[in-house]
Design a protein around this ligand. Structure first.
Ligand SMILES: *Cc1c(COP(=O)(O)O)cnc(C)c1O
Length: 442
């Protein structure tokens, strides 16, 4: 019997495995077996039937994995892997009618002509931030790309070496610039860049100075960077554009100790910067999108770029964003859960912890510790929080809670359920999960 003959028949596998979707199962089985054949052709011996069946089972289960709700007990409020900013049910409910039916997304009911889908969010951003003009695209990466491609293609853009960052999810500033068609001119060093460095680099071919927020790291010690106001002034003197990729803009207030060195969007616009952009689903606390604020003459150019057609946002995004902006204007921060979590005080967290303990067969100890905003915002800025500590092997507990849809974290060898980003309506579910696992652990 040669190696190929040892491979099982697809028909046999579809009979053995109890999955209902036989067509999908046989597709997966034939892919796995084809892969085996290729390995044998390359000199490998055939895997055992058990191994092959295990592989097919794994692939099948993976293909059936649906998106699932989780409880975020990591303490990290803007967790990119967990979907960044949560939305409030209030906003979701209010948006429902416009999202599910037809609407005047791009229709002017007064004239019967085509309308502008961005007009309402633009006017809300003007009220909230005092900006001259505003535009929204799919995410902040798209915003950076659109700005550079529209305003600096075939010309040079200056960036400090301390800001040539990688954000994660393969967003690297030098690569994005290259794809957008602008030539990167690096100035300064990794730890220090001064205004003269920018000045010396400006030539006839320079169109833009880009400042990038160090969203997910910090340079401490012997370091220097140039503030946005000085960059804006320098750009103005030379008739070129200043643009700040802010990453995670915020538009209300941050808890006091976090505000140091982190101006709000409103304050940054006062610096005279021509354009700035930030994500809708980081500290801003709304839906995924990229928000561009600044000079009307420049944003008009962005509107005329064909690329905007590819980066445009849909009715779902625009309705949810508009409602978030209305909540900002009404100071209804309860409708913006990320902001609510960020501002949560110890008192509220302790009351939540006590409520959970009341429902438990075996009470948990409280830990006063710290967490981070996360999601590429405010690195190195610890936020006080309260967590519940579980007794037992931390790794095993982490695995068990994860299979129940509760994501915690390990700190000093102890498994913690941090309450900072847990909503009140999740408390009962959390109590059930803890009771279940405590029973098993006994
Ligand atoms: C997060 C971030 C981005 C990317 O924003 P997305 O909305 O995730 O596309 C770009 N630049 C900076 C500085 C960031 O922090």
């Amino acid at each position: 019997m040669n190696e190929y003959q040892k491979l099982p028949q697809i028909g046999k596998i579809t009979q053995i495995l109890p999955y209902p979707n036989k067509k999908l199962l046989s597709q997966i089985a034939s892919k796995v077996i084809q892969n085996e054949r290729e390995n044998i052709a390359n000199g490998a011996t055939a895997s055992s039937e058990d191994e092959i069946i295990k592989k097919i089972t794994q692939e099948y289960e993976k293909s059936q994995k649906k998106p699932k709700k989780l409880i975020n007990a990591t303490g990290v409020i803007l967790h990119t892997n967990l979907g960044r900013a949560p939305l409030s049910e209030k906003i979701y409910e209010l948006a429902k009618e416009n999202i599910c039916g037809y609407s005047d997304l791009e229709f002017d009911t007064q004239t019967g002509r085509r309308g502008d889908r961005y007009a309402y969010v633009k006017s809300l951003f003007q009220s909230l931030s005092g900006c001259d003009d505003a535009l929204v695209v799919n995410n902040n990466a798209a915003a950076v790309f659109l700005v550079l491609n529209t305003l600096a293609k075939n010309f040079k853009s200056i960036v400090s070496r301390g800001e040539l960052v990688e954000i994660g999810g393969s967003f690297r500033v030098p690569e994005v610039m290259k794809e957008a068609g602008t030539e990167l001119v690096e100035v300064g060093t990794t730890n220090r860049t001064n205004l003269q460095d920018y000045k010396d680099a400006i030539t006839e071919d320079t169109r833009l100075i880009l400042k990038v927020h160090r969203s997910n790291f910090d340079i401490v010690g012997f370091s220097q960077s140039v503030d946005i106001k000085s960059i804006a002034n320098l750009a103005k003197e030379h008739g070129i554009i200043s643009y700040y990729d802010l990453g995670s803009g915020y538009a209300s207030r941050l808890p006091e100790h976090l505000e140091k060195d982190e101006p709000s969007v409103q304050e940054l616009l006062l610096s005279g910067v021509n354009l700035l952009s930030f994500s809708g689903d980081k500290l801003f606390g709304s839906v995924q999108c990229g928000i561009i604020l600044g000079d009307k003459a420049l944003i008009d150019k962005l509107r005329k770029n064909q690329l905007l057609r590819m980066l445009r946002v849909d009715k779902i995004t625009l309705n949810l964003l508009a409602l978030s902006l209305e909540a900002y204007l009404e100071k209804d921060y309860k409708a913006l859960p990320a902001l609510e979590f960020l501002h949560r005080k110890d008192k509220e967290l302790i009351a939540m912890a006590n409520k959970i303990n009341e429902g438990l067969l075996q009470k948990l100890k409280l830990r006063r510790t710290s967490t981070y905003a996360g999601g590429g915002s405010l690195p190195n800025k610890a936020i006080k929080t309260i967590a519940l500590a579980l007794q037992g092997d931390a790794e095993r507990l982490q695995d068990k809670f994860r299979t129940l849809g509760v994501i915690g974290r390990i700190e000093n060898g102890e498994f913690l359920l941090d309450l900072k980003a847990v909503s009140h309506k999740e408390i009962d579910e959390l109590i059930m999960a803890i009771n279940l696992i405590q029973k098993e652990e006994k």
